[in-house]
Design a protein around this ligand. Structure first.
Ligand code: NDP
Length: 239
């Protein structure tokens, strides 16, 4: 039987890239979205449509999904992974950074849900996997707005899970601890970045993007009548 179409946002690096490789190896056709489309294409995965889509652009998101569905059939899973982490102290961080994080991490995720959910309800089948964070369950220094976005991801996921459970649609939260990716590189304060690197070293290193990809695959591959509501995974020594 041919495998169903999966959409992965932010597949151009880190967790999204590892997830694309894993789900492709499992035989799924993929729609891969990010702004750096050349990085998506460089993955060179079979049956993978790569589109330059900023997740804050709801119309572009919808157009890419429509195009992929015409080729591969309906979306059975959306992995809402695209995200940015711009750490800063509340008294001096540029509010434009707060807006970027809420636009991408929250509105971008809702845009994806809006594109796929009505169809999943109609088909009485589908899974949405939202990538939150341990920072969506507890707070950390310099993380106020980022934690705000990830607490929102937890709340949105659980709320919609309840809303569509009766339609046989699953909503899953994946909450990673620190993972070795490009995520920290966009923070502008060198002091904060240095402190974060020290924190990572102090726990003896962090987990790999492939660890998260394995958890995403595990949750998705369960039978449709079983919903893994949340997976929290982090380095054993992470507090
Ligand atoms: P990366 O920076 O490596 O990847 C982020 C991805 O998001 C990139 O592919 C980037 O693609 C994409 N992205 C960012 N902004 C947009 C946008 N406006 N539109 C479309 N795509 C966008 O970091 P990670 O892999 O670590 O991050 C993936 C997710 O995991 C994020 O939601 C992050 O918050 C979460 N997470 C990460 C943890 C970590 O320690 N690394 C821990 C817990 C959660 P491009 O720039 O090409 O658009």
């Amino acid at each position: 039987m041919s495998k169903s179409l999966i959409v992965i946002t932010g597949a151009s690096s880190g967790i999204g890239e590892a997830t694309a490789r894993k789900l492709s190896a499992e035989g799924h056709p993929l729609l891969l979205l990010a702004r750096r489309v050349e990085r998506l294409e460089a993955l060179n995965l079979p049956n993978a449509m790569c589109r330059k889509v900023d997740v804050t652009d709801a119309a572009a998101f919808a157009a890419a999904v429509k195009e992929a569905e015409a080729q591969f059939g309906p979306v059975d899973c959306l992995v809402n992974n695209a995200g940015v982490m711009l750490l800063g102290l509340a008294h001096d961080q540029d509010p434009a950074e707060w807006k970027t994080m809420f636009d991408v991490n929250v509105m971008g995720l809702l845009n994806g849900i809006h594109v796929v959910l009505a169809d999943m309800k109609t088909r009485q089948h589908g899974t949405v996997i939202n990538i939150s964070s341990v920072a969506g369950r507890k707070t950390f220094p310099s993380h106020a707005a980022y934690c705000g976005t990830k607490f929102a991801v937890h709340a949105i996921t659980e709320n919609i899970r309840e809303e569509v459970a009766d339609d046989n649609v699953r909503f899953i939260t994946i909450a990673p601890g620190a993972v070795e990716t490009e995520l920290l590189s966009h923070t502008t304060s060198n002091d904060i970045k240095d402190g974060y690197e020290e924190w990572k070293e102090g726990m003896g290193g962090v987990i790999a993007p492939s660890d998260i990809a394995n958890a995403i695959s595990y949750a998705y591959q369960q039978p449709q009548n079983l919903c893994i509501r949340e997976i929290v995974l982090a380095a054993t020594r992470q507090q």
